[in-house]
Design a protein around this ligand. Structure first.
Ligand SMILES: N[C@@H](CCC(=O)N[C@@H](CS)C(=O)NCC(=O)O)C(=O)O
Length: 210
């Protein structure tokens, strides 16, 4: 029996849910939006916790499918709606790097940058993510001489890791690095990025939150 479809994004303005919103704009799918205002604590409402027990945004539902965590949402959407375009196919050699950058975005970049912002810089040996400087070096090396993480081809990994980089540049967490700022320039010139930013990140109203 075919699964029921119909996408709903649970998001909060000026939050990490921007990435999932941008992803939906890139694939061009129709979707509904439900605001879960994290500034009012709505992410801890029992009904919402049934969808996402972590009590975080974003969460996406697509018919009976429930998926949270930005990289998982992007992988799901790209495979389901943009397979071979925003998602390299399973037998494409780029698939490995694509998955690596998806995981790296929230396993390494997000936590190490957040800690660094709080003036907590842990030693590189021990935590699963290395030092802040290691992470910045990895990103800069990955993007040097390339337009996108996979080279000339824009993928959903650029939405997820790029969305994280873009937010960190906006919050001035990343050091000045022409490779990263040029990459951010390419990201922010995308129409889908603009549509998502306009819809979810009215910076004049909402300061960014962690
Ligand atoms: N690892 C999650 C992080 C999501 C996350 O941290 N969301 C924040 C908003 S920026 C949140 O919901 N915070 C509310 C809370 O922790 O109560 C992802 O990638 O989706």
């Amino acid at each position: 029996m075919a699964a029921r479809r119909g996408i709903t994004l649970y998001h909060s303005p000026a939050s990490r849910a921007f990435t999932a919103y941008w992803m939906l704009e890139e694939i061009g799918a129709a979707f509904d939006v439900r605001i879960v205002d994290i500034r009012k604590g709505e992410q801890k409402d029992p009904e919402y916790l049934k969808l996402n027990p972590a009590g975080k945004v974003p969460t996406l539902t697509d018919g009976d499918v429930v998926v949270s965590e930005n990289p998982a949402i992007a992988i799901y959407l790209a495979d389901r709606y943009s397979y071979g375009t925003l998602a390299p196919k399973i037998d494409d050699p780029d698939r490995g790097a694509y998955l690596k950058w998806m995981v790296y975005s929230t396993a390494v970049v997000d936590p190490v940058a957040y800690l660094h912002e709080q003036s907590i810089d842990l030693p590189g040996f021990g935590p699963g993510f290395g030092t802040f400087d290691d992470m910045v070096g990895v990103l800069s090396m990955a993007l040097k001489g390339r337009n996108w993480l996979l080279g000339e081809r824009f993928s959903a990994a650029d939405v997820v890791l790029g969305g994280t980089i873009s937010q960190l540049i906006y919050r001035k967490v990343l050091p000045d690095d022409p490779v990263l700022s040029d990459y951010n320039g390419r990201l922010t010139r995308r129409e889908a990025y603009h549509r998502a930013a306009d819809a979810t990140w009215p910076a004049h109203l909402f300061p960014p939150v962690a």
